[in-house]
Design a protein around this ligand. Structure first.
Ligand code: PLP
Length: 436
């Protein structure tokens, strides 16, 4: 028995499924989850002493790799001064300023601790500001585990093949309209039917929780136009993409000033993952008039004992300060090289697939070469059974991939040539396993 097996047995007797977040249980790939004991640079090490090249990066936060010296040093220095005060601290404004400098659509910012809290607050704020109830979301987009946005959610909900979640009341579900992604005509139709009742449209800036899906040219700009025309708000969820695909997130890369597409501006944005440098920090931000509806200035209540926690703020400030242009250049170039190598090996093994991309984020979908994945129906229709043998072959070769085909592969600036070469070396056998 491996140490991970022993630890999993013990954990299952103590915690539902042995985990504290479902996808960690390896449910869709099978086998025993690796219990990780340390991480450094591009590597994680499991309880059996095996080192893996990490392509999960804590599901996104580790933009600079694990244990970046500047981040660790900032956290140590903050810890020496106190772990939590429950009062305002200078570092909160430092991090807010760094966000505002990178994402000009953020006029005001509120720090919270998780991405779920950020989207939950954004939804409540949109309802409070507009005085309307309905929220539009897209099938396959994941925004955290708040009741109103669990319908047809991606990520673990897709991995476990759940339609939504038990425990969400019919009344709550009825206040969420779920539309197909990349379909502006469906959005127009929903607004034609319910325009005066829709508080907000929420969308991932680029979906990465049904695998990666590229927003069609002009899709996000179209959402901005339609919501503005009907007095609804547009909430762009950058929890996953923010500060990862570009200093300005996916919005900065595409629709922000200097982006690749027609310029447009979201009303609210949500952030998480990278912003906390590996500690629990997240945020929502956007238009000043909307954000000022939050307490204590406005009538929409939101609070948090650990919001703006000094260690998390210090980690976020250090990480964003070190996320230079070179960091993004390196991740962009490794992402392109790796996804190209992956595609080449799958072609060589005769495995039908498409590489799904949005900026430097990518994932692979199987059996989809004819058109790729553009929405949740496409994502669910793929040959997802091919992922488990692929995943386990990579794991055996020392590469730790997300344990679900519906997740993006995450790189960091610590992925050097040696780490990348270990991944390339593992691909041929994994492609053959996927063909099997
Ligand atoms: N929004 C998006 C786009 C996400 O990818 C996630 C998590 O993966 C969340 C929200 C929820 O964030 P958290 O897990 O920190 O609650």
């Amino acid at each position: 028995m491996t140490v991970s097996e022993e630890l999993f047995t013990r954990a299952q007797a103590l915690m539902p499924g042995g985990v504290n977040s479902p996808v960690r249980a390896f449910g869709s790939v099978g086998g025993t989850p690796r219990f990780l004991v340390s991480a450094k640079g591009p590597h994680v090490t499991d309880a059996d002493g095996r080192e893996y090249v990490d392509l999960v990066c804590s599901w996104g936060p580790a933009l600079l790799g694990h244990g970046h010296p500047a981040v660790l040093d900032a956290v140590h220095r903050a810890a020496d001064k106190g772990l939590s005060f429950g009062a305002s601290t200078p570092a909160e404004a430092d991090l807010a300023q760094l966000v505002k400098d990178r994402v000009p659509a953020v006029e005001r910012l509120r720090m919270v601790s998780t991405g779920t809290e950020a989207t939950m607050t954004a939804v409540r704020l949109a309802r409070g500001f507009t005085g309307r109830n309905l929220i539009v979301k897209f099938a396959g987009c994941y925004h955290g585990h708040l009741d109103s946005l669990l319908a047809a959610a991606g990520s673990g909900v897709a991995t476990l093949a759940l339609p939504g979640s038990a425990g969400v009341t019919a009344a709550t579900a009825a206040e969420t309209l779920v539309l197909p992604y990349n379909d502006l005509a469906a959005v127009e139709a929903a607004f034609a039917d319910h325009g005066n009742s829709i508080a907000a449209v929420i969308t991932e800036a680029a979906p990465a929780n049904m695998g990666v899906v590229t927003p069609g040219q002009g899709f996000n700009a179209g959402l901005s136009r339609i919501t503005a025309a009907h007095g609804a708000l547009l909430i762009i969820d950058e929890v996953l993409t923010g500060f990862r695909v570009d200093p300005g997130g996916y919005w900065g890369l595409t629709g922000g000033a200097g982006g690749a597409e027609e310029a447009w501006t979201p009303d609210l944005l949500t952030f998480g993952k990278v912003i906390g440098g590996g500690l629990p920090a997240a945020a929502l931000g956007g238009r000043e008039d909307v954000m000022n509806y939050l307490a204590p200035l406005g009538p929409v209540y939101q609070a948090g004992t650990l919001s703006g926690n000094p260690l998390a703020m210090a980690a976020g400030v250090a990480q964003l300060s070190h996320a230079t242009a070179d960091v993004y250049r390196q991740i962009d170039s490794n992402s392109l090289a790796l996804s190209t190598a992956l595609s080449t090996e799958l072609d060589r093994a005769g495995v039908d697939h498409s590489i799904q991309r949005a900026g430097n984020l990518f994932s692979v979908a199987f059996g989809t070469s004819s058109g790729g994945v553009h929405n949740y129906a496409d994502a669910l229709a793929q040959d997802s059974y091919r992922y488990a043998p692929f995943f386990h072959s990579m794991l055996d070769s020392g590469v730790y991939l997300p344990p679900s085909v519906f997740e993006a592969w995450f790189l960091s600036s610590a992925h050097d040539d040696a780490a990348m070469n270990r991944i390339y070396d593992a691909l041929p056998a994994a492609a053959a396993a996927a063909a099997g």
